[in-house]
Design a protein. Structure first.
Length: 241
């Protein structure tokens, strides 16, 4: 099933077009890595998919419905986002950060019901950080902190998880572990969830991604497997195997 479909999409800021003529889709149960050189529009595309930027032209559909028709709360139940770097959360505990993922499902006071706590606990277990639940996020390593943010996105129970360079500041073992966790999440939720992750870690992307989206230097989006895009990756100066 196609969870996300992009139709003749133009992305950018006001009158400045970053890329145009984008046609692509995400299938449930897949990890797609968005790759390309700096400045080609990867973050702009992710922001458009997440609803943080309005498309200049074309359409973005999630579960067959145009994103323009979704309310803000509806979008929060459809798309969750994991960003680069550490969040500024003061002394908040890991459990409390993951609990923020339940915000789209709580009342105006943010009251957590027993079923919310069950989801939070399940997500902590899925990402392997139950032992960190009572730790202040400020005391965690970069890799541990990024796992907390992945668990928060998972607790949001969205159809799409968007990750913008989530491994940029991690050491290699943490990079590999984070990407493997995402691969496991979408595989286990094969009929419900897709992940779209921008990354410069080509070795891991080529090994773990089900599909690659490559934005070329000419701002064209190409989609396919690593083998299908091999020559384009080489032309862009990206490592291909």
């Amino acid at each position: 099933m196609n969870i996300l479909t992009l139709y003749n999409l133009s992305i950018g800021y006001r009158k400045r077009v970053v890329a145009q003529g984008i046609n692509a889709y995400l299938k449930a149960g897949t990890l797609t890595c968005l790759v390309g050189r700096n400045g080609t529009g990867k973050s702009t595309l992710l922001k458009t998919v997440a609803g943080n930027l309005t498309a200049l032209e074309g359409r973005v559909k999630i579960c067959g419905r145009d994103v323009a028709t979704y309310s803000r709360n509806d979008m929060a139940r459809k798309v969750s986002v994991v960003r680069t770097g550490r969040p500024e959360v003061g002394l908040m505990k890991a459990y409390d950060i993951v609990a923020l993922g339940r915000t789209p499902y709580t009342n105006i006071w943010g009251t957590l019901k027993p079923e919310d706590h069950a989801v939070i606990q399940e997500c902590l277990e899925k990402v392997g950080i139950t032992h960190l639940a009572e730790r202040a996020v400020s005391t965690l390593s970069d890799g541990e902190c990024q796992k907390v943010m992945v668990a928060k996105a998972l607790a949001q129970q969205t159809d799409i998880i968007v990750l913008d360079e989530p491994t940029a500041f991690l050491d290699y073992p943490s990079k590999a572990e984070t990407m493997a966790i995402m691969k496991d999440i979408v595989t286990s939720r094969h009929d419900m969830t897709a992940a779209l992750m921008s990354t410069h870690d080509m070795e891991l992307a080529l090994r773990l991604a089900d599909c690659l989206w490559l934005i070329t230097s000419s701002h064209e989006l190409l989609c396919g497997t690593a083998e299908e895009l091999r020559q384009h990756l080489i032309a862009e100066g990206l490592q291909a195997i």
